[in-house]
Design a protein around this ligand. Structure first.
Ligand code: SME
Length: 160
C-alpha cells in the first residue's frame, strides 16, 4: 500500500511539489503507461481538493480517448478542437476555464462541473494525452494549479 499523506493545508506550490515527488516515485520503475495513469489519477484525487473528476484522455489517431480517471463515467471520445480537452490537445496549451458554461463548446460530462483545468502531456513535440481536472466550484483553478499540473505533465512525458 502507498500512503503519501497529502497535507492539504500546504501552499499550492509545495503541495504540487509533493504530488510530483509521489508521481515520480510511483512511476519510476513501471513501464506500463495505463497503470501509471491510473495511479496518477488517484494521486490527483488525493492531493488536489474540491474536484469532481480527475484523469486522462489519450491522443489516439487524431482524437482524444478516455483514459484512467476518478469521478463519474465520462464521454469516451473527444475530437481535437472540441470542448476544453480538445482545445488543449489542438493548441498544445493548458486551458484554465473559470466558468465552463461560458466556454464555447464545453462538453458537460458531469453537470456538477463549474470550472476546469486541462493540461497537455507532450512527447517529442506532440500531444500524447491531456490531464483533465474538473471542479464543482466556480473559478476553482489558479495559475498555481496550472503550473503544478504542467510540472506533472512534463514528468509524465516518458511515463505514460
Ligand atoms: N469537460 C470536458 C470533457 C471531459 S469531462 O469534463 C471529463 C471538455 O469540455 O472537454
Amino acid at each position: 500500500m502507498y500512503d503519501f499523506q497529502p497535507d492539504l493545508s500546504l501552499a499550492p506550490a509545495e503541495r504540487y511539489r509533493q504530488l510530483c515527488d509521489a508521481a515520480e516515485a510511483l512511476t519510476a520503475t513501471e513501464p506500463d503507461g495505463i497503470a501509471n495513469m491510473a495511479n496518477i489519477a488517484a494521486l490527483l484525487w488525493e492531493f488536489v481538493p474540491d474536484l469532481n473528476w480527475a484523469g486522462f484522455y489519450r491522443a489516439i489517431d487524431g482524437e482524444l480517448v478516455l483514459g484512467p480517471f476518478v469521478g463519474r463515467p465520462a464521454c469516451i471520445r473527444i475530437p481535437f478542437g472540441a470542448g476544453v480537452c480538445g482545445a488543449a490537445a489542438a493548441s498544445g496549451e493548458a486551458q484554465l476555464v473559470e466558468d465552463v458554461h461560458a466556454f464555447p463548446g464545453h462538453i458537460a460530462c458531469d453537470a456538477a462541473s463549474r470550472s476546469e483545468l486541462v493540461v497537455p502531456v507532450m512527447r517529442d513535440g506532440h500531444v500524447i494525452a491531456v490531464i483533465d481536472l474538473d471542479s464543482p466550484l466556480p473559478a476553482r483553478f489558479t495559475a498555481d494549479d496550472a503550473a503544478g499540473i504542467e510540472a506533472l505533465a512534463e514528468l509524465l512525458s516518458t511515463r505514460i
